[in-house]
Design a protein around this ligand. Structure first.
Ligand SMILES: N[C@@H](CCC(=O)N[C@@H](CS)C(=O)NCC(=O)O)C(=O)O
Length: 249
């Protein structure tokens, strides 16, 4: 299988976590934002990543990928067997993919507009070094008026959601039931840019959104996330040579 991805997209991280949970081998194909998405559109009829190619079949979107993997390799299941539990897991997944994803994306964009190091580290791998340096050196205001976009209320709502999640995982257990399922993976994936896991690489691991990545209140939540990474076998930093666009995730 081949995963078409943006290296630092939380939805692609979700797809990588799903694949790791199933212990299925795959290669990654980095998509260049813009031009690479035209090619992706030709192949899959839509321009977003992640897209999973499994033989002749193309599966677009993290939810469809999760369902595809469950039908391809039923063990361990990504959804509970009990219909009520299953419905709960799907509602959770949808919340993580929308509300949590929006808050996390806005918080990261705001942090990126204010942090040169983060900005450089998040550029696509193929970005030539001189351009990387220029981007890193741009003043935050020039990158976008982004710091204005995420309102105080938006940030407060995100922090409130994170506080609730922290309370839910204080015992270190999965969010629903006794086994990790798609719910846990969807939530963990959206925490990606709030505090980058070790798997994001040495430049990013441990960094993230100030006031969240470094706040003691959220430590148990990120510890829970790191535990999930260990459990699905994605705990180690990715060893990705910068010049090779096709690597295992
Ligand atoms: N609902 C989709 C969301 C995927 C998504 O938002 N992908 C973003 C990257 S995180 C993307 O491809 N953005 C580029 C674009 O929209 O042109 C999923 O679950 O996979």
């Amino acid at each position: 299988m081949k995963l078409f991805q943006f290296r630092h997209s939380p939805f692609c991280e979700k797809a990588r976590l799903l694949l790791s949970a199933k212990a299925l081998p795959y290669a990654v194909q980095e998509v260049t934002p813009g031009v690479g998405q035209v090619d992706l559109f030709r192949r899959s009829g839509q321009r977003q990543v992640p897209v999973l190619q499994d033989g002749d079949v193309l599966v677009a979107g993290s939810v469809a990928i999760a369902r595809h993997l469950d039908s391809k390799a039923p063990e361990p299941p990504l959804l509970p067997g009990d219909p009520q539990e299953r419905a709960r897991a799907l509602i959770w997944e949808s919340w993580a993919d929308t509300t949590l994803a929006h808050g996390a994306r806005m918080a990261l964009l705001q942090a990126v507009s204010q942090d040169n190091h983060l900005r450089k580290a998040l550029l696509p791998q193929a970005t030539p070094a001189p351009l990387r340096d220029v981007m890193g050196a741009l003043p935050g205001d020039m990158v976008a008026g982004i710091s204005q976009i995420f309102t105080h209320t938006g940030l407060q709502q995100l922090k409130q959601a994170l506080e609730r999640l922290t309370a839910l995982v204080a015992n270190g257990q999965p969010l629903l039931g006794e086994q990790y399922c798609t719910t846990d993976i969807a939530v963990a994936a959206q925490l990606y840019g709030l505090k980058f896991p070790a798997a994001a690489g040495a430049e990013l691991g441990g960094r993230g959104v100030p006031g969240i990545a470094d706040h003691p209140l959220f430590e148990p939540l990120f510890a829970w996330r790191d535990q999930l990474y260990g459990a699905v076998g994605r705990g180690e930093p990715a060893r990705t040579p910068p010049s090779d666009p096709s690597n295992h995730g």
